[in-house]
Structures are given as C-alpha cells and as structure tokens.
Design a protein around this ligand. Structure first.
Ligand SMILES: [Zn+2]
Length: 456
C-alpha cells in the first residue's frame, strides 16, 4: 500500500527520481553499495573461540566483586589490560590501552571509599577522531548478597559475556585493513553491581573533557539463550532504548513537539539503527526493539550516559534471562545447579550478539557525519518537504527514512544524491515520520537525524 502511494513532487532543485528508482528505493543514484566491505570483514572476523576463552578466563577468578581487591577485581583488570595490550601490539600500536583509576566515595553499596579501575582501549579515528563511539561491558560480578566480596562469583554471563564481546570487537576492528573514520572506545568497566560506578565515572570524564559521544552501547547479560523456564531462543538480542532525552533543553523539546517526533528519542534512533545494521550485516539473527530504557525496575551502564548528556545510549541483553544463573551463590539446591557458571553460556549465541555490535559500531565509525539542521517545512499541503545542511564530509548520498506514525520501525528508505539538500515527498507530514541519514561512498550508513520543525 505504501509503495502505491510513493511518488515524488518534482520541482527544481530537488532530487529527480524516476519510477525505477522508486521500485528499488535503497539503490543510491551514484552506485553506492548497500553494505561496507570493512564492516562486513569485522563482522565475519568475530571468533566464537575467542569469546569462550575470555568468558572462561574471567569466570576462573574466584570473584570479580568490585570490592574484592588484589586477587579478585584488581587481578581481573590486569588480565583485561594484558589482553587489550596484546591486541594493541598486533595492531602496530593503533589501539591505545589505559587503566582508568579513581577513588570512589562511599555510597549505598560502598561501605567505605575504594579505588576502582576501568580498563579502556581506544582505537582513534583517522578522519574524525573527535567523534566517539563507546561500547562497554562490566567486568565486576556478584554473589547473592551484593555486599559479599568473598564468595565465588564467576559472573560468566553477567557480565563476562559483555566484556568478551567488547574485547573481541576491539580485536576484530584493530585488525581491520581499512581504518575507521571515527574513534571507538572499548570499555570494560567496574562497579556496575554496586551502582553503575565505572560507567558513571567514564561518562563524567568524557563530559569533563568536552568529548562528543555519538553512540554508546552497553552489553550486559548477552551470552545465554535459555530462560528460567527452559525455553530457548537464540534468534535475536533485545535492544532497550529510552523514549526520552533527560538532558534535552526546553527549546529543543518545543521544536520536537512541533514536528510530532516524540517517538524518536536519540536512544531510539540508535536502537533502530542497530536493528537496521544487523539486518544488513548479520544474516539469520535479529534485533528485537524494546521501547523502555531497561528491564523493569533494573538498571545498566548505558543510563549514566543517557542521564549525563549522551542520549544516544542503549542496552543489549539476551531475550530470556535465567535468574537461577544470575546474582546467585554457586550451589546445588535439590539437584539444581545455581550460579553464573561458564557452562551455561551459549557461545554461538554470544558470537551473534558480538556481530550485532560489530555491525553498528564499525558502520557508525565508517560513516560520514550526519546531515545537520534537518527540518521539515510546515506548509499546508498533504506532502512533505525536508531540508538539511550538507554533511561537511564527502558523501555518496543521503537516505530519507519513512514510517507511519504508529509503526515501530522505519518502513522505507528513499535515496537522494550527494548534492541534494532538500527532498519533496508525496507522503503527508501529518501521517508519516521521517529521518535523513548520510551514506558514505563506501556504503556505510550514518545515524539518522530526525527533523525538527523549520522556523517560519
Ligand atoms: Zn550486569
């Protein structure tokens, strides 16, 4: 039905597209590929064996509880630093490894101040290093009692799985023959279970340094495909996204409301882009969008970014959590094994989740800057005119994304040429929502930009 309604209002100097272009709307007029070879290579390079090794090594520490000290969390941080350093050496030093250490004041789940450590590895962008993508997992673990720093807490799925995905993505991206335009920070953070301390510290230091984080993804509990009820689903990963930007200023909100784009928060734009990237780069595995910031009543490491002025922040988590293997002392009750042990991780599943990360992170790092100042003209007509400022970088073209106001995800992508800064569409702005994204000549899609109402 939508295809039947697709036609263009033609008037200079807007994009002139033919009926043939409409029939294949994702073919850019300048022969830009649908996927980027470097991103494809990173996705294919994700190794299940490496993921398993990392999970097993992390789970072998007696505990990685944030307050477990020298033989626990500190030893795990040193192990991770060493693994990142190996990748850095293999990459000829392009990857930079850093232990980020600070004194965390006492808090709810912190009886006394403690020295905490994040392990960070940065792959600097070659064209636009100031544009940063953060991908994280937390290496701290816990037993049944969150204050128990002594009992065994293997934390294989929560969250050695997420850390393993981050480490493996670092390896695959650092090994890429094609460099990435933007910077990627691979973060193994601590203190999640005590109160998101590591992620909060990372977000705050990036903010204090004036850094621009264009996307943040946290991987937490991404390695198990079988739920507490025994049901197995290895077909997809959930991506949680908030429907709001806590830091948006009143003026921005007013313009968003005027354009009716309140279902298009930055986190949701990133979540949809993650699903789209998975569709184009990871075959046979999908993303299920969940329209809330996190699982009900629970938190994660994307939230300090969301709340700290970096609203493009989402959480990845498996579809069916098994609570007998999370936050549980390792024990046997009536013949049932409790505890977050490596034997309950589905490594083939974890590989698929790591590939979804690879798709969105490597593609966003390869894409040109998003078009700025995207706006929608408010004339009284049943059509839509979009305007934007050209990407400051060389682009292969732009794509206009379109969906009905009640549709959860983009339904259509229409291509326009690299020199266009305007598109007129035979879709009513009353009934449809829109976004514009830049497409690199290399085929990489940038994050879409949702229009605001144009000034009258
Ligand atoms: Zn966790």
């Amino acid at each position: 039905m939508i295809a039947m309604r697709l036609s263009f209002l033609l008037s200079a100097p807007i994009a002139v597209l033919t009926a043939a272009a409409c029939a294949a709307p994702t073919d850019l007029p300048v022969n830009v590929p649908k996927t980027n070879p470097a991103v494809r290579a990173v996705v294919q390079n994700i190794s299940q064996k490496n993921l398993q090794t990392t999970v097993e090594r992390l789970a072998a520490f007696p505990t990685r509880h944030t307050l477990s000290g020298a033989n626990g969390a500190d030893a795990a941080a040193t192990y991770l630093e060493g693994e990142f350093a190996k990748i850095a050496a293999a990459s000829g030093g392009r990857l930079r490894v850093q232990k980020q250490t600070w004194i965390q004041p006492a808090g709810n789940r912190m009886p006394t101040p403690a020295t905490l450590t994040n392990v960070l590895a940065t792959l600097p962008g070659t064209a636009v290093p100031e544009r940063i993508i953060v991908v994280s997992g937390h290496y701290d673990s816990r037993a049944t009692d969150v204050m128990d720093a002594k009992s065994p807490a293997p934390g294989a799925n929560d969250d050695a799985s997420g850390v393993a995905a981050v480490l493996e993505l670092a390896r695959a991206m650092a090994a890429s023959k094609t460099p990435f335009a933007a910077t990627v920070v691979f973060a193994a953070v601590t203190g999640e279970e005590q109160g998101l301390y590591g992620s909060t510290h990372l977000a705050e230091t990036l903010k204090a340094d004036g850094k621009t984080v264009v996307a943040m993804l946290t991987n937490d509990i991404v390695g198990n495909s079988r739920g507490t009820d025994g049901k197995r689903d290895a077909s997809h990963v959930r991506v949680f996204s908030a429907g709001y930007d806590p830091g948006a200023e009143a003026r921005t909100l007013t313009r968003q409301r005027a354009a009716g784009t309140d279902a298009d928060s930055p986190a949701r734009v990133l979540a949809r882009a993650t699903k789209d990237a998975a569709k184009r780069y990871v075959s046979g595995f999908g993303v299920e969008l969940v329209y809330r910031n996190d699982r009900y009543g629970r938190g994660g490491d994307h939230s300090p970014f969301l709340n700290g002025g970096y609203p493009f922040a989402v959480r990845l988590t498996e579809p069916n959590e098994d609570w007998s293997h999370q936050h549980q002392n390792v024990r046997t009750d009536n013949g049932k094994q409790f505890g977050d042990l490596p034997q309950f991780v589905d490594y083939a599943y974890l590989r698929r989740v790591a590939q979804v990360n690879a798709a969105i992170v490597a593609e966003t790092a390869s894409a040109p800057a998003s078009p700025a100042n995207v706006r929608i003209v408010g004339d009284l007509s049943a059509t839509t005119t979009l305007l934007w400022d050209a990407s400051p970088e060389s682009v292969g073209g732009y794509e206009i994304l379109i969906r009905r106001t009640t549709a959860p995800d983009w339904e259509r992508a229409i291509s326009v040429g690299a020199n266009e800064k305007r598109a007129a569409l035979a879709f009513s702005k009353d009934d449809y929502l829109f976004a514009v994204r830049a497409v690199g000549k290399n085929g990489a899609r940038g994050l879409p930009v949702v229009p605001v109402a144009a000034a009258r």
